[in-house]
Design a protein around this ligand. Structure first.
Ligand SMILES: Nc1nc2c(c(=O)[nH]1)N[C@H]1C(S)=C(S)[C@@H](COP(=O)(O)OP(=O)(O)OC[C@H]3O[C@@H](n4cnc5c(=O)[nH]c(N)nc54)[C@H](O)[C@@H]3O)O[C@H]1N2
Ligand SMILES: Nc1nc2c(c(=O)[nH]1)N[C@H]1C(S)=C(S)[C@@H](COP(=O)(O)OP(=O)(O)OC[C@H]3O[C@@H](n4cnc5c(=O)[nH]c(N)nc54)[C@H](O)[C@@H]3O)O[C@H]1N2
Ligand SMILES: [Mo]
Length: 777
């Protein structure tokens, strides 16, 4: 296959944020968006400077203290220097450590959760590779379930409506909205920057055009949220600037208004739902003496009672669609907005109608609101995991700090396993996890942290063994998503940097050292795997009588189109049309407004029907601002934060925090000033931007700036770069789902007049060059 990109036209390639071609001439990389993409993502501009950036990892590295003292707990992680090693030696050392752990503690002492988005290619997908390695070559690992994205909704939706994927991905499409919808009521918005991304790739960004077309045809968009630009300007949205974390009260106020004015669809509730009477009694205030009327909702949400009643009337007066951003459930009691919105939509009686009802998370990712492919896409088989214990993904630090402790999850009483070795490939916990100082404490407890990375993220810096992985542009792969109509031949654009190797090559050599190379590789080279993984897609195309080029032809063309399923509304439409023959996959077969299953778990923090639960963290005089720590517009998560586009949007090298001019004036903050955000958990610097897009009392600092702790030995060091996860809370959403609560917290903000600390996050850590005596010798 291709060794280099032909300097002129470049080779086809793909990222989670778009398809493109890449041309590398040995010095510079030129990236050109796919010609048929109507609205390419600016995140593509992160690639050119990233490819050969100083933040790339060039050689295997081992933490000096680990090499000197051997495996064991250490608070030096993240501060020690590193010793370069040759590949053969480092893989010998790692294989020996894996065997030691397995012999002494068993495979259940290894956490291979390895949560993270990695890159778009389906074969070199690092998380798939590491799971396959640990299953097939090692004997299993403690895994994590669910995601940081949708921790609460993934668990509650199957109880009440159906599996997350079906409710998000095969429900109401943009096509239906353009043709049918009168009102879109969007909790948390549908920010264009979020819809530019889909795991596996998105070759055509159609959302801004779809919203424009719907608006011009007559769709009214209502944005409920603290930040006005959470809906694109094309939507010409009415803005309801709700207090963060209070949406459930607004949903209940709307539901109460429907009920009070007789606007709810009794026939729908009788035929398609269970539990409405219990929910109605709650709305009326029977159990607690508090009717959830518009006046009550207004006092909590900051939205006027008259506006709530008017909105309820509007929703009942035409084709209405309710959406809820993933963001709302990345919060304490995050199950409730997902469920309350379903209840509100059920009362409107439009679930299953074209362009109406409820499409949870529409607008959060480019996967949603599109047609699904009619043929399978390539996926790497991951083998069988020989270890039973697992954790909900965001409970990692609880696990590391409390081995053996009991916890509740979705009706089960479980215990945290005792982890000695953590192995990560394709994710960045120092990006995705909350309360990063607590994460450091967790990683200090284990014997060994192994990380495959293409760049010196904080996770790599905290590792004991760091193995340099190629970047996507440095290898051949296949790009595909189940909602995208192109299968992309992702051709290698440039040779690997330094001594970086593919995750597959690293795991193959490790498997050989464990004596099981054949089981892991099945005797295939990387190229043979691509051919092998392509075969089922080709077969499915042929079975449908479609053009089904062989692999070489596909590779040479650079892409092939995939057929899509009809826009059929999925399980909700089928259920509406024939509830007896197409029941929902819930316990009752209907929409559950009361769940006997959830009620039976007896969780006060997630009872048997949607409820308003007062959050345990509310703004205080000391920390009066609500922080929104959401997805960044300038990159995907923390990926390529050192790239040109991400860097160009920073000010004085820091991430930008937006706040309302009144909040800034109160604090003597001017546009462009460096500010310090802080609360009881930590502090970070950021650059202030004054913006009328913000609700007063709210400050916005997106995620993704690389954690850059100020040196000096502070146990809770300030991040000088602007990573909001030093501030967020590391608690579960509830005992039901145990999802993460990273989206919001409370902070204070002040002008920072001290000398500006240097940004060191993108400099390689210090390499030790003196003599080292290895414990392994
Ligand atoms: N406060 C707060 N926290 C959040 C969120 C929030 O809204 N607020 N959002 C959460 C959400 S929704 C998510 S999904 C997570 C995202 O969290 P992650 O998915 O962990 O974040 P990424 O930055 O995408 O991490 C991917 C890492 O994989 C590396 N990588 C890429 N390709 C390869 C490869 O081929 N091989 C190897 N070995 N490594 C590779 C990249 O360099 C990068 O460091 O963050 C969560 N955290
Ligand atoms: N450019 C870019 N796009 C991305 C990603 C990325 O990293 N970069 N990540 C992708 C991933 S993995 C995911 S899971 C999705 C996540 O999709 P989401 O979770 O929906 O995205 P966020 O940007 O975190 O949040 C959306 C908005 O919700 C609003 N919000 C926060 N709290 C509240 C609240 O209490 N009430 C209301 N009404 N609104 C609130 C905030 O103003 C925020 O801007 O995004 C995807 N898209
Ligand atoms: Mo996510």
């Amino acid at each position: 296959m291709s060794e280099h990109s032909s300097a002129k036209g470049g080779v086809p390639h793909s990222a989670h944020w778009g398809a493109f071609s890449a041309a590398w001439d040995g010095h510079t990389l030129a990236v050109t968006p796919h010609p048929s993409d109507p609205c390419p993502s600016p995140i593509l501009d992160n690639f050119p400077q990233a490819l050969r950036h100083k933040a790339r990892i060039l050689k295997p590295m081992v933490r000096r203290g680990w090499l000197r003292d051997g495996p064991g707990p250490s608070t030096a992680r993240g501060q020690d220097d590193f010793v370069e090693m040759e590949w053969d030696a480092v893989l010998d050392l790692l294989a020996q450590e894996l065997v030691r752990i397995r012999d002494r503690h068993g495979a259940e002492a290894v956490f291979g959760g390895s949560y993270g988005w990695s890159s778009a290619g389906r074969f070199h997908h690092a998380q798939s590779q590491i799971h396959r390695f640990l299953n097939v070559a090692f004997g299993g690992y403690v895994r994590s379930v669910n995601s940081y994205s949708a921790g609460a909704s993934t668990v509650i939706l199957p109880h009440i409506l159906g599996p997350l994927e079906l409710v998000c991905r095969r429900n109401v499409t943009w096509e239906q909205i353009c043709a049918h919808t009168d009102t879109v009521l969007s909790f948390g918005g549908m920010a264009l920057k979020n819809m530019m991304v889909a795991s596996g790739g998105v070759s055509r960004h159609i959302e801004s055009e779809a919203i424009r077309a719907a608006q011009q045809r007559g769709t009214h968009f209502y944005l409920v949220g603290p930040i006005r630009d959470d809906l694109p300007v094309e939507a010409k949205a009415h803005w309801l600037a709700v207090n963060p974390g209070t949406d459930v009260a607004l949903m209940l106020g709307l539901a109460h208004s429907l009920m009070a004015h007789g606007l709810h669809d009794r026939a729908f509730l009788d035929r398609y739902c269970v539990g409405y009477p219990v929910f109605e009694a709650y709305l009326q205030g029977q159990p607690d003496g508090q009717p959830k009327d518009a006046a009550w909702a207004a006092s909590i949400t900051g939205i006027a009672a008259a506006d709530i009643v008017a909105l309820a009337r509007r929703l009942a007066g035409g084709r209405s669609l309710i959406t809820v951003a993933h963001a709302l459930q990345r919060a304490e009691h995050g199950e409730q907005p997902v469920w309350a919105a379903a209840a509100l939509a059920a009362m409107l009686g439009q679930i299953g109608l074209p362009g109406g009802g409820y499409n949870y998370a529409l607008g959060a990712l480019a996967h949603y609101g599109r047609r699904n492919n009619a043929v399978p896409i390539p996926t790497l088989p991951q083998g069988k995991n020989g270890v039973r214990p697992f954790i909900p993904v965001a409970r990692i630090v609880d696990m590391l700090l409390n081995p053996g402790a009991a916890f509740e999850y979705n009706g089960a009483s479980l215990r945290y396993p005792d982890i000695k070795l953590v192995y990560w490939a394709g994710g960045n916990p120092f990006h995705h996890h909350q309360d990063l100082n607590r994460l450091r404490d967790g990683f200090a407890r284990i014997d060994t942290l192994v990380v495959h990375e293409s760049a010196w993220t904080a996770t790599a810096r905290h590792a004991d063994i760091v193995l340099p992985a190629t970047m996507t542009l440095e290898r051949d792969d296949i790009g595909a998503a189940a909602t995208d109509p192109l299968l992309i031949a992702m051709r290698k654009a440039a040779p690997p940097i330094g001594e970086a190797r593919d995750d597959y090559a690293i795991f193959s050599d490790l498997a050989a050292r464990l004596g099981v190379a054949e089981a892991y590789t099945e005797g295939r080279s990387a190229e043979e795997w691509l051919r092998h993984l392509y075969a089922p897609t080709r077969q499915a195309l042929a079975d449908r009588g479609l053009e089904a080029p062989d692999f070489d032809e596909f590779w040479q063309r650079g892409e092939i189109p995939l057929p899509s399923e009809p826009d059929d509304g999925g399980i909700l439409r089928a259920f509406r049309e024939a509830p007896e023959t197409h029941p929902l996959p819930t316990p009752s077969g209907r929409i559950e407004l009361f769940s006997a299953t959830i009620d039976g778990f007896g969780y006060a923090d997630c009872p048997g029907h949607p409820v308003w639960l007062e959050p345990t963290e509310r703004p205080t005089p000391a920390h009066p601002l609500a922080l929104i720590a959401n997805q960044p517009a300038t990159r995907l998560h923390s990926q390529l934060d050192f790239g040109g586009y991400s860097q160009a949007q920073k000010r004085k090298g820091r991430e930008v925090a937006r706040l309302h001019p009144n909040d800034a004036a109160e604090r003597g903050i001017r546009d462009g000033d460096i500010v310090r955000l802080f609360n009881a958990r930590g502090a970070c610097l950021a650059a202030a931007e004054l913006s009328e897009q913000m609700k007063p009392g709210v400050i916005h600092l997106p995620t993704g700036a690389w954690y850059d702790p100020q040196p000096g030995g502070d146990a809770r060091p300030m991040c000088v770069h602007g990573n909001p996860n030093v501030l967020t809370r590391d608690i579960g959403t509830s005992r039901l789902a145990q999802g993460c609560c990273g989206e919001t917290t409370i902070v204070q903000c002040e002008r920072y007049d001290g000398p500006l600390p240097a940004i060191r996050a993108f400099d390689p850590p210090p390499a030790f060059s003196g003599p080292t005596r290895s414990a392994a010798e």
